[in-house]
Design a binder for this molecule. Structure first.
Ligand code: MN
Length: 327
């Protein structure tokens, strides 16, 4: 997915981890076009920019897309990050400039490492009646952020955890001895999983004490350590915790748990790019506009996509002030 805001705000992260539990509210963001979808964004926001290296979380649906267009995101670039696509319902077709062409469905993960630069497109398929899921980004650490781009897809097996079921799509459930682990590539210690809990059930989810975590509630009446977490909200838990207790009320709970060691690096995020300073972002934008939008040069940083019938997305104008990482 792309950040399709017309005037994307500059977002500067200092990487400082906070302590305790923090309830983060979703912000509704229209992804552009009068009939296009609206997402609920919980990362980044003013109160919190990062959870581990997770730097972006859009949650959407369930949307009935039988009578209208679903997800249609034309080719757009990324740098310095990974995108993670995870669905609860529906089917999305991905194409990128590494030549990857892959459908993703529930219980499958599409993970795209942008590294030095990539472009991709995403559309929900004609067979999709209900579209429901999440798009997440992971910031790459400085030492790895210039890697050549690559794409991975994996089918994720459900694993029992007490009365609950987990599907680990990135990283490994703490203490599971790789019994609940994903084989897609992570560049920093990272966790991403779907948690399903039957109505009335309780589960203690083991955590890596060096990680900070976020629990996004997709459905059901959930509590985290006894505190209610409303649907579409993200509950942040700081480092130093060896477990959290999640309970379900009258209805089953479905949630995403993300986590990782605090990134600890200042980053600059603008539109679909992550860099380290203003000049780098300016250069990324110039290459996208010059190589792809203006000249269609397939040999540039962002390559080309085979099989997309339309045009790529032009970058918005840069803000008039310099993008500056916080000290
Ligand atoms: Mn994207």
């Amino acid at each position: 997915m792309s950040n399709l805001e017309v005037e994307p705000a500059e977002v500067v992260f200092d990487g400082d981890p906070a302590e305790g539990i923090q309830l983060l509210e979703p912000r509704e963001v229209p992804l552009g076009g009068p009939r296009a979808m609206t997402v609920r964004r919980t990362l980044p926001q003013r109160a919190r920019s990062l959870i581990g290296a997770w730097c972006f979380l859009d949650h959407y649906g369930p949307d009935d897309v039988t009578a209208r267009e679903g997800m249609v995101v034309p080719p757009h670039p990324h740098t310095g990050l990974q995108t993670v696509s995870w669905l609860f319902a529906g089917e999305i077709e991905h194409r990128d400039s590494t030549g990857a062409h892959q459908l993703v469905r529930p219980s499958e993960v599409n993970l795209m490492t942008a590294g030095n630069g990539i472009q991709h497109s995403e559309v929900s398929t004609a067979a999709t009646t209900v579209l429901h899921g999440a798009q997440l980004w992971v910031a790459l650490p400085d030492r790895d952020r210039h890697v050549a781009p690559f794409f991975e897809h994996a089918v994720v097996a459900p694993q029992p955890l007490g009365e609950a079921t987990v599907r680990v799509f990135v990283g490994e459930l703490a203490g599971s001895g790789a019994g609940a682990a994903s084989n897609v590539t992570a560049f920093t210690p990272l966790l991403g999983l779907q948690l399903d809990l039957p109505a009335g059930a309780t589960v203690d989810v083991p955590l890596d004490t060096s990680f900070e975590h976020g629990l996004l509630i997709d459905s059901g009446e959930a509590t985290l350590d006894g505190a209610a977490v409303p649907v579409a909200h993200l509950a942040y838990v700081g480092t130093g915790r060896s477990s959290v207790r999640v309970t379900a009320g009258e209805h089953p709970v479905r949630a995403l748990l993300i986590g990782g060691t605090p990134l600890g690096e200042p980053i600059v995020m603008w539109w679909n790019f992550i860099g380290r300073d203003h000049d780098e972002i300016v250069e990324f934008r110039a290459r996208w506009q010059g190589d792809v939008i203006d000249s269609g040069d397939a040999t540039g940083r962002f390559g080309t996509i085979e099989g997309w019938p339309g045009r790529a997305l032009p970058a918005p104008e840069l803000p008039t002030v310099r993008l500056k990482p916080r000290d």
